[in-house]
Design a binder for this molecule. Sequence first.
Ligand code: SF4
Length: 326
Amino acid sequence: MEERKPLLQLQNLKKYFDVSTGFFKREQAYLTAVDDVSFDIYKGETFGLVGESGCGKSTLGRSVVRLYEPTGGKIIYDGDDITNLSQHDMMKYRKRLQMIFQDPYASLNTRLTVSEIIGEGIETHNLYSGKEKLEKIYDLLQTVGLKREHASRYPHEFSGGQRQRIGIARSLAVEPELVVCDEPISALDVSIQAQVVNMLEDLQNDMGLTYLFIAHDLSMVKHISDRIGVMYLGKMMEITTSVELYKNPLHPYTQALLSAIPIPDPKQHKINKRIILEGDVKSPINPPEGCRFSSRCRYCMDICTEVTPELREVEPGHFVACHLVK
Ligand code: SF4
């Protein structure tokens, strides 16, 4: 059988923010937004990344497309190390790696027309010009469920869902391979969320796209993801297939997240009791050794506050960072 090659590999990726205070920043402090995270994404798959807000998932997404400079570790894209490329050398990868943002309004330049917004990337990468460029823009509008006549309008003339469609069209304009979708549906009405997710799935099938799909809640990534990674305070806690994660969650944090998803069947809902997380969330600034989840974990043991658990493969393709799981 042919071995699958990863399109994206993150190796011990770190992104710290300097939050030192005092005169000449004498009180050195670092916010460890992403701390030693490793995983691969394969061509054509959707990797869902979940965790509560502040867990570092969006910082990780932005680091992947190099909107943030990583503090350490490696980002390997299609076999090439892109971690430290200059902005100039990064240009050829910008076309291949795109991002869809959470807040469609904030991410669109309100002074540009839809046509100008979508056309920017096409121009930057010299893909099409003149009539061909305009035809491409019309095609893209149609692909995302908008109309030709929308091309000359401005972002404020659209609803939230339509603005997200414009953001998606802008990302697709440069014909990317991997798209980082940073909570693309969180800011939308529930009624619109399913439409946008279905559209992203159709686009993936038609264009062979690979997604890193970031969300704060497991129910959002359940259907779209092939594999899911669960993050907590900058660390990866569990990675496995979407099916396995729902059937057999091994990390206490994943179990708590899953228990919070409402189940339509009231009988089943009674069986699956909700796990309420108690205790304070630890500070991500200069965190000590130990499991980052220990302050809220009902199974916490002595070792948990002293030794940071490694992410280990405990079953084929199922990785967990917990001292409890052997
Ligand atoms: Fe809980 Fe310890 Fe496992 Fe952390 S390592 S999740 S504190 S049992």
